[in-house]
Design a protein. Structure first.
Lengths: 172, 117
């Protein structure tokens, strides 16, 4: 529950959270300066000593940002905006990238469908490309008739229909 | 600040340890700001732990996100605005739990070192 609350605060009140961090860092720094000044240092020397002790303010703030919940969302958003900016600046590059991706994905999926059908899931009979299905169509009747065994034998023996068979591959 | 007994430890993995150490020392104390916390840790560890803001800030914020600490803006002794941190009820409970475990951890690490050296 608390996690959700802080996540919400970090994302929706981003500016306020950042301002607070800014102020906290500055306040910490000023307290350090005060401390060094109290030891009798000159203003400039005190500031230098405080800066030395504090280290880089940017790094400190980054370290704090990294422990916030929702930092990944923030990073994702930043990346997305950066990408969009880049594309807008050089549309040619964007189009090229999209076309490359489209062609690449199409080629890969196309090739995979062939491999999938031919190698991974071949029809479970020998010489499956020679298997045909037979059917008879009676003109005027709505449905095809099935072929009986005697009809098949008769067809095989006669040469009337030589070359007239329309082979049709049987799907699974 | 007291005299240093050893060179300060500054490893990054001490981050949350610092927060906890300070929390433990804070068991029954008023809120304190970042610089105060740093000085307090230096003092109670006799200079062993010199916590830089780069470690202190993330540790405090992590403990606050976790609900162990609460913070509020206040004014320091020399009338400067500063953010003050204090233990919450949850934090106090967690510190008590850690304090019970700590001697066991120390003893166990002692055994481990003795066994491998």
């Amino acid at each position: 529950m608390r996690f959700v609350a802080t996540l919400f605060r970090n994302l929706w009140r981003h500016r306020a959270v950042e301002r607070d961090l800014d102020e906290e860092v500055r306040a910490h720094f000023e307290l350090l300066v005060d401390e060094y000044r109290a030891t009798g240092m000159e203003e400039a020397a005190a500031r230098r000593a405080a800066r030395l002790e504090f280290g880089g303010t940017g790094q400190v703030k980054d370290a704090v940002r990294d422990v916030r919940p929702g930092i990944w969302l923030e990073h994702f958003w930043q990346d997305l905006r950066y990408a969009l900016r880049t594309v807008r600046r050089s549309p040619g590059f964007g189009v090229t990238a999209v076309v490359c991706l489209a062609v690449g994905i199409a080629a890969a999926t196309g090739l995979f469908s062939i491999v999938n059908a031919a190698l991974l899931h071949p029809f479970p009979f020998a010489d499956s490309n020679r298997i045909v299905s037979l059917g008879l169509i009676d003109k005027g009747k709505p449905r095809a008739l099935s072929v009986t065994v005697p009809q098949l034998v008769a067809l095989q023996q006669s040469d009337v229909l030589n070359g007239a068979f329309l082979p049709r591959t049987v799907g699974r | 600040m007291s005299r240093r007994e050893t060179t300060p430890l500054r490893s990054r993995c001490m981050n949350s340890a610092c927060g906890r150490m300070w929390s433990a020392s804070r068991r029954r104390r008023p809120p304190d700001h970042g610089v105060g916390i740093t000085r307090r840790i230096q003092q109670i560890t006799r200079g062993t732990f010199d916590v830089k803001p780069g470690s202190l800030f993330p540790a405090l914020h992590r403990l606050e996100e976790r609900g162990w600490l609460a913070s509020q803006w206040g004014e320091s002794e020399n009338r400067r605005r500063a953010k003050y941190y204090m233990l919450t009820a949850v934090g106090r409970r967690e510190v008590d739990a850690e304090l019970t475990n700590w001697p066991r951890i120390v003893t166990a690490i002692g055994w481990a070192i003795k066994a491998t050296s």
